[in-house]
Design a protein around this ligand. Sequence first.
Ligand code: GDP
Ligand code: IMO
Ligand code: MG
Length: 426
Amino acid sequence: MRNTILVGAQWGDEGKGKVIDVLTADADVIVRFQGGSNAGHTVIVDGCKYVLHLIPSGILHPGKLCVIGNGVVMDPFDLLTEIEMLRERGIETEGRIYISDRAHMVMQWHRALDAADEALRTADKKIGTTGRGIGPTYGDKMGRSGFRVGDMLAPNFLANVREATEATNATLATMNAPPLDVERMVENYRSAADRLKEYITDSVSFINNADREGKSILLEGAQGTMLDIDFGTYPFVTSSNPTAGGACTGSGLSPRKIDRVVGVIKCYTTRVGAGPFPTELDDEMGEQLRRNGGEFGATTGRPRRCGWFDAVVGRYAAIVNGVDYWAMTKLDVLDDVETIRICTAYEGENGERHEVFPADLSVLDRCHPVYEEMQGWMSETSDITRYEDLPLKARAYVERLVELIGGQLGILSVGPARETTLRLGL
Ligand code: GDP
Ligand code: IMO
Ligand code: MG
């Protein structure tokens, strides 16, 4: 199989970074196709932890080429910090990072607008964004007034930065937010353009040439299906398409060139930020999952909300993305849970069942999750290297999840490190 799309199936943080790192061994080019530095993808190699926000998680394999695709919103300063972090830690970046000339840039005023917008929302309307300027940047992209990476090379770039900063200051004033320093902004972007110009690439040609040469391309999604602007729990979503369709529009690789779709899904559920979460646990069990799973945001450090596995979400993600293989993660987090619950449907006041995620979020207020229970295996799984050696109850749990959501199990992850990965035909 040559070209693979990898997406998150839940509300993000499913362990995409780890799975990308594992699959990169078989790939040549790794492409991030949407989102920005709101993402935090953790990879652990030889005991060292790396958190990547913009650069594809394939960067930790020497020699692999990494592309920031046209669908990404790229903050130049975050990217420079990330490149610096990798260099300091001895990761070769020279000639390995390519930024699409068509990608939009998160400008510093987008971050200011993100913060100002959140501050103005009433408590029940706050999204709990990561504050990385994502919504305002995609807003400008769709509104056709954004800055693209290729614009940094144009002679009028700094004049346009000046003009946009002045216009934004007028907007910020109406939002009771402090103005930006125009001269500092121009200086910042002069320096960013200077340092980043060597990375700017016609990514559409680059990716399609690689495909023509028979190279294997791995398309790395950020966030997750339930945070998708179209398919997620709108308005409590991000502003891009983290689902499989977004991989084609965000890279310029045709859907006809895609060979398989991998969905990354946790053996339970988490969410960071506001919005509905039917299987959320507000009790000691939720605390235990957070503790065992280290469920704190890789980008913002916020505690993640935790809950039981939701097969309604899993089934929905299978449909929307056309998942061929599941990469199921964090089984080990349930090692000491005596009784595990699985949500199979949502049930309304009059007994009506919802087996597909509803568009109308108010339906969820009138529903409760229907659970089935399974016995936990109560033993450690992290040292296990073959699927056959897992406790029978652990296998039964995993197999039940796959049965409920459809598709095939391709990877089972039993720990954060590269080695703690059971591969089953993927
Ligand atoms: P991503 O955003 O989907 O890449 O996921 P994050 O990196 O934000 O969060 C996943 C967290 O779980 C990271 O801290 C990973 O190191 C960790 N992780 C990934 N897979 C496993 C696993 O199978 N078991 C355990 N215990 N941790 C895992
Ligand atoms: P990875 O790639 C989890 C959430 C935010 C917020 C909503 C909108 O690491 O899985 P935004 O800053 O995008 O405007 O915030 O989306 N969110 C994520 N949650 N993992 C992520 O990325 C996320 N990126 C954004 O918490 O609820
Ligand atoms: Mg993350």
